[in-house]
Design a protein around this ligand. Structure first.
Ligand SMILES: CC(C)(COP(=O)(O)OP(=O)(O)OC[C@H]1O[C@@H](n2cnc3c(N)ncnc32)[C@H](O)[C@@H]1OP(=O)(O)O)[C@@H](O)C(=O)NCCC(=O)NCCS
Length: 197
């Protein structure tokens, strides 16, 4: 089973649309989140996650549910006191294009603002979606090298074709950061190179 959402999840909806709940994830969400993410990972569009990783990072996650069904998930992962990554964003195939992805990003943006982050970024193949929810495409070098930490274990490390997108939350503070270096300890990480075609 790729997803934990029932096929009739949206059939049950009323004229006003399904009643969606957006909330922080809890431990019982781990099995359906794993099904969702690893279903997409099997198609090569996301990085796979293990139960161990999910347990460790569950506090990063926000989910959208309807009744007992999980429709989507997304995580906000902190990299520094000023920047975080939106990752593990996934919406069940049967719930796509109903605004679930937008709701998830909205909740993660709100969380980032509550933590006073200056900006959030993502690496993605779905650039148009991210542009619709307020991100813009940036050069990979615009991100702190720490952001590439997870790339070291990615099978696509030497042939990465994901696009970096950024949403600045506090423009003046972000601009101030750009004039400073990211710190000497970051300099040993090699940035993945885009795939040659
Ligand atoms: C990308 C994804 C999260 C979008 O979720 P969703 O719930 O379908 O998106 P929404 O319905 O909230 O769409 C918001 C807007 O983005 C647009 N959009 C959504 N997916 C899009 C896509 N693949 N390409 C272009 N536009 C897209 C929608 O049309 C909508 O535009 P509108 O506001 O003008 O109507 C979902 O398709 C998904 O899980 N994809 C597979 C996993 C993945 O690639 N995750 C991203 C990892 S970084």
């Amino acid at each position: 089973m790729i997803s934990a959402v029932r096929a009739d999840a949206f059939v049950e909806s009323t004229a006003a649309g399904p009643r969606l709940t957006v909330r922080k994830a809890v431990m019982r969400d781990i099995p359906p989140i794993l099904d969702l993410i690893n279903g997409y990972a099997a198609k090569g569009v996301m990085l796979p996650r293990t139960e161990f990783e999910l347990s460790e990072a569950i506090r990063d996650f926000t989910v959208v549910t309807t009744g007992a069904d999980l429709l989507g998930c997304g995580a906000l992962h902190f990299y520094s006191p000023t920047i975080g990554e939106v990752r593990s964003l996934a919406v069940d195939g049967r719930a796509k294009t109903h605004g679930v992805g937008r709701k998830l990003v909205g909740a993660l943006v709100q969380e980032a603002q509550e933590y006073e982050l200056d900006a959030i970024f993502a690496f993605t193949y779905v650039v148009e979606f991210f542009q619709k929810v307020g991100f813009h495409v940036v050069e990979r070098g615009a991100l702190p090298l720490k952001a590439w930490k997870d790339c070291l274990r990615c099978p696509k490390f030497q042939a990465c074709d994901e696009i970096a997108v950024l949403r600045v939350l506090r423009p003046s503070r972000w601009m101030e950061q750009q004039t400073q270096s990211w710190g000497a300890e970051d300099q040993l990480i090699r940035i993945p190179t885009p795939r040659r075609v």
